[in-house]
Design a protein. Structure first.
Length: 184
C-alpha cells in the first residue's frame, strides 16, 4: 500500500518488525516535495518513532484485528479488558497501554488492535469525559482573563482547566494532548 493511503491504526512491517501507526500527517512545504510524516509504535518495545515517507513509497501493511473491548480494572500486572462479543478477559501489560489508562474510566469501551492473539494498541476516541476530583477553588471575579488552574481528574490525569471549574464537574478532555476542551 502507498504511504499516502495508510491511516492511524494500520499495522505495518519494516525491517522485520511490526509497528502500529498512531498519527499521520501529509505535508507539502513551499518549495520542497510533499512527504508523509508517520508516527508509529513498535509493538514489541512500545517505543514511539517518527519517519518521513515519500507519498508514493510502498509500505508493507499487516492485517490487524479490531475488537471492541471494555476496560474493567487495573492492578500491578497491567489492565484487564473484556471482549464485548465473547466475554473473554485479557490482561494487557503497561508497555502496550502507554498513556491510555489516563483516559479510560472503568467500564469504558474502546477499540483494541490485535495481531493474531497478541494485543498491539489501544485506540482511544478523540475526546473523553472525566470528572474533576481535585482542584483549587476559583477566584471570584477572575472571568476577565483566561486564567487556568491545575486539576486532577478521576483517572489521575492532571490538566489545566478554567478557573470556574469546580470539584465534581465533568469535563471533556482531548486524548491527543490531554488538554481541557469544554464542560461535558
Amino acid at each position: 500500500m502507498k504511504a499516502i493511503d495508510v491511516r492511524p491504526g494500520f499495522g505495518f512491517k519494516m525491517d522485520g518488525k511490526v509497528f502500529v501507526i498512531t498519527n499521520i500527517e501529509h505535508r507539502t512545504p513551499g518549495n520542497l516535495r510533499a512527504f508523509v510524516q508517520l508516527k508509529y509504535r513498535n509493538v514489541q518495545t512500545g517505543q514511539v518513532l517518527e519517519k518521513r515517507f515519500n507519498p508514493s513509497e510502498e509500505v508493507e501493511v499487516v492485517d490487524v484485528d479490531r475488537r471492541q473491548m471494555e476496560y474493567l480494572f487495573s492492578d500491578g500486572t497491567g489492565a484487564t479488558f473484556m471482549d464485548i462479543d465473547s466475554y473473554d478477559q485479557i490482561t494487557i501489560p503497561p508497555a502496550i497501554l502507554g498513556e491510555a489508562l489516563q483516559y479510560l474510566r472503568p467500564n469504558a469501551q474502546t477499540v483494541m488492535l490485535f495481531l493474531g492473539a497478541k494485543p498491539l494498541y489501544v485506540e482511544l476516541p478523540l475526546t473523553v469525559e472525566l470528572t474533576v476530583t481535585d482542584t483549587p477553588p476559583g477566584i471570584k471575579g477572575a472571568t476577565a482573563t483566561n486564567q487556568l488552574k491545575e486539576a486532577t481528574l478521576e483517572t489521575g490525569l492532571k490538566t489545566r482547566v478554567p478557573a470556574f471549574i469546580a470539584i465534581g464537574e465533568t469535563v471533556k478532555v482531548s486524548t491527543v494532548d490531554g488538554s481541557y476542551m469544554s464542560r461535558a
